[in-house]
Each structure stands twice: as C-alpha cells, then as structure tokens.
Write a protein that binds this ligand. Structure first.
Ligand code: GLN
Length: 451
C-alpha cells in the first residue's frame, strides 16, 4: 500500500532520494517467512520505515544528499538501520535532506528540494525534510531523522508530526555520516506520540561502537506515551523562547497548549534561561568547527567523487578540485567558518567562548530542572516558510532553529508535538517539550497528553 501511495504522490513531493520496490518487497517477504517458520519476527514486524539518507544501509546507496557521495554504497549498516531491521521493519527507501544535514529547509540538497505536503510552495523543514514530508504525505508511516540543531523537531513541527531528539548518547551515531559529533542525535519521526515512542525504543540504547553512547537503560518512552497524564507535573514556560519575532498564530497555539496542560492538572510557571539568547551564536561556531574536521575525510581518495585524476595532477590538486565540485555552497560556508574559528589566534575568541556559552546553557537547564519537570516552548518561531524565501539569507535560515538549539548544546531530551494550525496560514504549529538527560519519557508523557 505504501509503495502504491509513493507511486501516486512522490512526483509532487520528492521526499525520497532512493526507492527500490523490489528490495522493499523482498524484505517484507522475509518477515513473512520468519513468521511462517515460527520465529519471532520482532516488535515492528512488517512495518515500513523510511531512513534519512545519512544512515548507512548495506543494500542501498547513502549520499547525505551530497554530490561528493553520489552513488556511494556503504559496506555496512548503521546501528539504527541494523536494529530496525532486527525489529522487523521494512525499509521503503532513503529520504532527502539538506546536504550533510546542514540546513533547515531541505533546499540545500544536491538533488533538488522536497515539498511540504500541506502546501507544495512551502518547505518541509530540514534537515530531515524528506523524512517529515514522507510521513506527512502518507508515503511512510515512520521515518528516522537526525537532530544536530533541530533537524528532527523543526521538520516534524512544520509538517504536523511528532519528532523526538533523544538524549545525546541515547541513540547510536555508529554508521551515521557525521556532521557535528558532539551534537548529532538520531531520532524518530511519526504521526503520533505512541508511534514515535515505539520507533524510539526499537533503535535506542547502549552501543559499544559509539564512544559517546550512554550505558543506561532506554527511558520507558512507550509506557510514558500510553500513560499520557500530566496531573501534578511542573511545567516551565521558557521566557526567552517567545515574544517578538514569533508568528502570532504560533504564539496563540502555544498559549492554548499551555492552558490545556494547566486544565489537565499541570502546574505551570514561567522560567528564565538567560543564556539561551546566545545559544544560536554559539551553535554556529561549534557545529561548523566540528564539521570542518569531520568533512576532512572527503578527500577524493577514500570515498565517492574524484575530479581531475587524469595523471597530471598532485593529490592536493585532485582533492581541491573534488571538494570544489562535490560540496554545495552551505557546506563550503561552514567548512570555511569552522576552519577559521579553530585556527590558532582565533580559537580562544571564537571556539573557546562558544564552549563557555555551551556550559552556561547547560547550567540554565540544570537550574530550571531543579524547579520544574519539563520546559515548554514553541518548536519554531514561524510555520513552514515559502520555498526560496530564505535561501539567499543564511542568517534568516539559521533562525528557524532558535528554540531547538539549546537542547542540542546541553544534550537533553526534547520532543515536538503538533498543537494545531496557525489561523493566518492554516499551517501546522509544534509544541516543544524539553526534559533532563535520560528523562525522555517525560517528553512523551506530556506530548501524549496534549496531542
Ligand atoms: N538547521 C541547523 C543547521 O543547519 C540544524 C541542522 C541539524 O540539526 N542537522 O545546522
């Protein structure tokens, strides 16, 4: 049924970079055989899933939506991919994204933009925009994404879906093409909170192949999604994440969600996190710095594209020609920015102070969580913006992640849940729920109560 739906609407949406009907059907038949043989087919037996094209898949290409990795076939599965295969899921295909997960609209893909199923002239969010568009267009019931600065929660919010950024280290980065390793977090995108929780539980948990994996039990997110009550829970509204610059309809729906939480028995208070005002600036030093290091591996020797290797050029020249042609403009901007921020003489002023801000953001969260169980805010300042509106203005594009970035810097759990449509444009609005590290279950409990 999903393959038929894809055949019907994919031409208008462009959610996928790679689709393979035969491989999908073969996986589905294998699940049937496991059941027929009396084997345990896994908790998600036969459920189709779409993977962001940043997770390696041994039977499909993995490109991170970059020309430099076009047609690259990884020899192994990411942990997320492998665990979901074992859980019985069927991979429908690989979804579009901003190149190397750098962006908020999926317009930075080297292979063309994805459209928002709610309005084809609008962006589906990013960088996991192919995953969110696929689920929103009923081209997949579940999808994976990665969230480095908001790339699961923001696309989920603007497509009317549930998206979770697990606690950093709660889901494995093994086999995930790295963008900013201290921030990258795989997570689920789904149509409702319980579905997201079932996917979350199926791929999360300790992985010895990821050096920053947390060796702790997976928080009981499924149980929390089923429990769905907030009576007596202390909810903090973050003062700094709202007000001027936020779309009126986003503010209105957010306000109504807070009132709903109160009517369900939550105790709502206002909380101030003053360092959040500097979080975006710190992120845009830390993430590019890490990316400039991580992307050094695309050297024309080890993977994918190689340009100018006709015998007369040095390795450096081939590397330079390949990177010039293989990387898109946003990726180059970040490599240049990050290399500069890390260079001797500027390191303390830029990278060093950004790390200090990161510590302050973490302290704001710690102080807030002494008095409240969860924090809430709008997920994004605006609903889905028009395709093309922000591509010429990186700063305005970066602002899409204003509310989501603090949780990446601190590494705590956060989830976005739909909270209605903005009256002025009829587009979905997301409510963000943030909880301490390893208390992911609280975000699901609150999300399920308000959805
Ligand atoms: N939009 C942010 C960026 O461009 C976040 C991306 C992400 O979470 N992968 O860096």
């Amino acid at each position: 049924a999903y393959l038929d739906r894809i055949a019907e609407v994919e031409g208008d949406i462009h959610a996928y970079l790679h689709l393979d009907r035969e491989t999908a059907l073969a996986q589905a038949r294998a699940v049937d055989e496991r059941i027929a043989a009396g084997e345990d087919p896994g908790p998600l037996a036969g459920v189709p899933v779409a993977h962001k094209d940043v997770f390696t898949t041994e039977d499909m290409p993995t490109t991170a939506a970059s020309k430099i990795l076009a047609d690259w076939r990884p020899p192994y599965d990411a942990t997320v991919t492998a665990r979901l295969r074992r859980a019985g899921t069927v991979i429908l295909g690989k979804t579009n994204m901003d190149e190397f997960a750098m962006g908020s609209s999926t317009e930075n893909s080297a292979f063309g933009a994805t459209r928002n199923p709610w309005n084809p002239d609008r962006i589906p969010g990013g960088s996991s925009g192919g995953s969110s568009a696929a689920v929103a267009a009923f081209e997949a019931p579940l999808a994976t994404g990665t969230d480095t600065g908001g790339s699961i929660r923001q696309p989920a919010a603007v497509c009317g879906l549930v998206g979770a950024k697990p606690t950093y280290g709660g889901s494995s980065r093994y086999g995930l093409i790295a963008f900013a390793s201290s921030l990258d977090t795989p997570g689920p995108i789904a149509r409702n909170v319980l579905d997201a929780a079932l996917l979350h539980e199926a791929f999360s948990g300790h992985d010895p192949r990821d050096s920053t994996s947390v060796d702790a039990p997976v928080p009981p997110v499924v149980e929390a999604a089923r429990r769905a009550d907030v009576a007596g829970l202390r909810v903090g509204v973050v003062r700094e994440l709202g007000g001027e610059g936020y779309q009126p309809g986003v503010q209105q729906r957010f306000q109504e969600s807070v009132e709903l939480l109160e009517s369900l028995g939550a105790k709502v208070v206002e909380v101030s996190c003053p360092s959040f005002d500097a979080a975006l600036a710190a992120y845009y030093l830390i993430a590019p710095s890490e990316c400039s290091s991580n992307l050094a591996r695309f050297d024309a020797m080890r993977y994918g594209l190689r340009v100018g290797d006709d015998g007369g050029r040095s390795a450096e020249e081939v590397m330079s020609l390949t990177r010039a042609e293989g990387f898109g403009p946003e990726v180059k901007r970040r490599i240049i920015l990050g290399t500069y921020a890390l260079s001797s003489g500027y390191y303390d002023a830029y990278y060093g102070s950004a790390q200090q801000v990161r510590t302050l953001v973490k302290r704001d969260f710690d102080a807030a969580f002494e008095n409240v169980d969860v924090l809430v805010s709008p997920t994004t300042p605006t609903t889905a913006f028009p395709i093309g509106e922000r591509t010429g203005d990186p700063m305005s594009m970066y602002l899409a992640d204003l509310c989501t970035i603090p949780s990446n810097l601190a590494g705590n759990a956060a989830l976005s849940v739909p909270c209605g449509l903005a009256p002025e444009d009829g587009l979905p609005v997301g409510l963000q729920i943030m909880a301490p590290a390893l208390a992911d279950d609280r975000t699901y409990r609150v999300g399920a109560a308000v959805e």
